[in-house]
Design a protein around this ligand. Structure first.
Ligand SMILES: [Zn+2]
Length: 348
């Protein structure tokens, strides 16, 4: 009997381009949402674009958050209930989007993503990650109903945020390899379509490396397009597998051991060099990953991440403990093997 079924949740409207922030209300009108919006943001994006958004909606309320935390999520939920809002608009880099995503899941309402930095694929995906103590809580929520990515704003973001977004996309290479491996060894469900889309996204980004330069608005365009496409791959897969493998476990472990040292994308980029080495050996494709990262100005060493060698080795040898996700790290790499991989690849 044929009994397979699948549910793919995608953003309904994706607007990308110069000045599209002023089309936010049109993009929202097409979603046929009811009620007033609550703008969820943080101080810097509020200053840059808060008024431009409020000018487009009657009856909009706003909340500006200092950090991503469970208290922030609760605060948003509380204000949303108090004001009886119909949906959330998340404006900012990662934090307001993560908070709004989680809050909208609690409230059972939709949210619209208005990224001000192309720094990671969370701006389009359904994954939300909130720090709690020395760990991070990653939850599966619905993706945004719409994404409005204004390249004029995104190009003004600090350059390192864009290179972090690039590195997050480049890590798709190893994420897909880990997913295929888990499929072969552990019978984890694999979507050929999502895997191919995720890999192609990384290839296209690497192919455009020459157009990814500071001060070039086209860079924001290329990276955002890749982040959207990576988010679509995750939606098709119904999991973060197409864009998150051992290199993400490594980064999550760095977040625990050395919180706040480097950007998520930069950590997974370096993680990708290391896990690619485990996948294909000394003469394998890790050099391609390293070269792509360095061409785009993303870190390729522990030093450039601002993390010491011992911490990198500790993260690499313990990353498999983070969650029940089978990857090339299997049930753990030995310290000797970790040191050898990190040394040969020049990470330490
Ligand atoms: Zn990521």
């Amino acid at each position: 009997m044929f009994d397979k079924s699948t549910w793919i949740k995608l953003p309904r409207n994706v607007l990308q381009g110069h000045g599209v922030l002023d089309d936010l209300a049109d993009a929202v009108a097409e979603l046929y949402l009811s009620g007033n919006p609550l703008l969820v943001t943080s101080p810097t994006p509020e200053r840059i674009a808060g008024d431009r958004i409020r000018a487009q909606f009657d009856g909009i309320s706003s909340v500006s958050l200092d950090r991503a935390s469970f208290e922030s999520v609760e605060r948003v939920v509380e204000i949303a209930r108090e004001k009886d809002v119909g949906y959330l608009i998340a404006l900012g880099g990662g934090k307001p989007i993560d908070v709004a995503k989680m809050a909208s899941d609690h409230l059972d309402c939709g949210f619209v993503s208005v990224p001000t930095a192309a720094s990671h694929d969370g701006i389009v995906s359904g994954r939300s990650s909130i720090p709690e103590g020395d760990t991070r809580h990653s939850v599966a929520a619905d993706p945004p109903l719409a994404v409005v990515a204004d390249t004029e704003l995104l190009a003004e973001a600090p350059w390192e945020l864009t290179t972090a977004g690039c590195a997050d996309i480049i890590s798709n290479y190893t994420a897909v390899k880990d997913w295929e491996l888990a499929h072969r060894l552990k019978n984890v469900e694999y979507s050929e379509y999502a895997g191919a889309l995720s890999q192609m996204t990384a290839e296209m980004l690497v192919g455009s490396a020459d157009s990814i330069k500071p001060g070039l608005e086209e860079s924001a365009w290329i990276v955002t397009k890749a982040l959207v496409s990576s988010g679509v791959a995750m939606s098709i897969a119904g999991s973060s597998r197409p864009a998150s493998g051992a290199e993400h476990l490594f980064s999550h472990q760095l977040d625990r051991i050395a919180p706040g040292s480097a950007l998520h994308g930069h950590q997974v980029g370096v993680g990708s060099i290391l896990t690619e080495y485990f996948h294909s050996g000394a003469r394998g494709e890790w050099m391609d990953i390293r070269d792509a990262l360095s061409t785009m100005g993303a870190p390729t060493t522990a030093d450039e991440l601002g993390i010491d060698d011992e911490t990198v080795i500790e993260a690499l040898t313990t990353a498999h403990e983070i969650r029940d996700r089978y990857t090339i790290l299997g049930d753990g790499v030995s310290e000797d093997a970790a040191i050898e991989a990190a040394t040969i690849t020049g990470v330490i």
